[in-house]
Design a protein around this ligand. Structure first.
Ligand SMILES: Nc1ncnc2c1ncn2[C@@H]1O[C@H](COP(=O)(O)OP(=O)(O)OP(=O)(O)O)[C@@H](O)[C@H]1O
Length: 289
């Protein structure tokens, strides 16, 4: 169990402050959602022990960084959004070097690791010659070295193509059965069938933590979808529109509303992103009023 107790952290040179009185996260995939600047990367860096809290503590199965830093770090895999790789090294050399820092891998284990992240064909290539998607696979592969119990993945699907994204999410959902995995993302829907829980971070504070079902339930507005003419589209309140898609001479529109805005609109089951849209809108309205 990953636990946070009375954590505060302020970013020097900015007014940003993260404040989490209490959080307990178990095995499975927990999504971390929130607008730009909400503090997702800051929290990931704290969980990944790249920075330390000003106050409070984070414990990993009862171990804390003040007493067991080395063992905590050995149990963590961390994927930050931007990472510098050793450009002149080959893929194989880099992973070998990084594995040494985590206790080492035998040659056959290293082979297996390269195979698992589909890096075998690139093993002899220098990092600087590789395209973004392959570099991201190296970043993911380094996080898995040592088979960590805790994985903190900050927008891990960046630069991966759609097939890679799906296969990675599937792989994670299997691994989540025996690990605590936290994933920050702006694309909630692609995780819908695979994640277990969701944390919504807003302005450095947790506004929601619970199951995906709880996240999409008891919303203050419903979701409707229908086709509209350009004139009808103009009449719809802009702040209620979730998306618009051109559809021949008409538009397909998805909206949040207390009741169907037009006769032809049909009520929809809210997706994770619909719920995010509705909850964020409500939060903004509360902030303004
Ligand atoms: N290098 C930096 N120097 C100063 N302030 C920063 C820096 N990086 C982030 N911040 C500020 O810290 C706060 C939290 O940023 P953080 O990157 O944790 O948010 P985030 O939720 O990950 O955002 P995003 O979705 O855009 O990645 C924001 O107010 C941001 O402007």
């Amino acid at each position: 169990m990953l636990e946070i107790d009375k954590l505060t952290w302020s970013r020097s040179g900015s007014s940003f402050r993260l404040h989490i009185p209490r959080l307990a996260v178990g095995k499975g995939i927990t999504l971390l959602a929130g607008r730009n600047g909400a503090g997702k990367s800051s929290l990931m860096h704290l969980l990944g022990t790249a920075v330390m809290p000003d106050q409070g503590k984070i414990s990993y199965g009862g171990r804390t960084t003040d007493r067991d830093l080395a063992s905590v770090r050995a149990s963590i895999g961390f994927v930050p959004t931007s990472v510098s790789l050793y450009e002149e090294m080959t893929v194989q050399k880099l992973l070998h070097y990084l594995s040494e820092l985590k206790g080492g891998l035998s040659p056959s284990q290293l082979e297996g690791h390269l195979e698992r992240f589909r890096l075998t064909v690139y093993r002899k290539r220098k990092i600087k010659t590789l395209p973004q998607g392959i570099r991201q696979r190296i970043v993911l592969a380094q996080a898995w070295l040592g088979s960590p119990e805790y994985l903190f993945l900050d927008e891990p699907l960046n630069a991966l193509d759609s097939l890679e994204r799906l296969s990675f999410i599937r792989q994670l959902s299997i691994e989540g059965r025996s690990r605590t995995i936290m994933v920050s993302t702006h694309e909630l829907n692609e995780w819908e069938a695979w994640a277990n829980r969701l944390i919504w971070l807003d302005n450095g504070m947790i506004r929601f933590h619970g199951t995906l079902t709880a996240w999409t339930s008891n919303l203050p507005a419903s979701v409707y979808e229908g086709s509209v003419t350009p004139a009808q589209l103009k009449a719809l309140p802009e702040e209620q529109i979730i998306y618009i898609r051109a559809d021949g001479h008409s538009f397909r529109v998805r909206v949040m509303a207390a009741e169907a805005p037009l006769f032809a609109f049909e009520k929809q089951l809210p997706t994770l992103e619909d719920a995010y849209f509705i909850r964020s809108r409500l939060q903004e309205t509360a902030r303004i009023s």
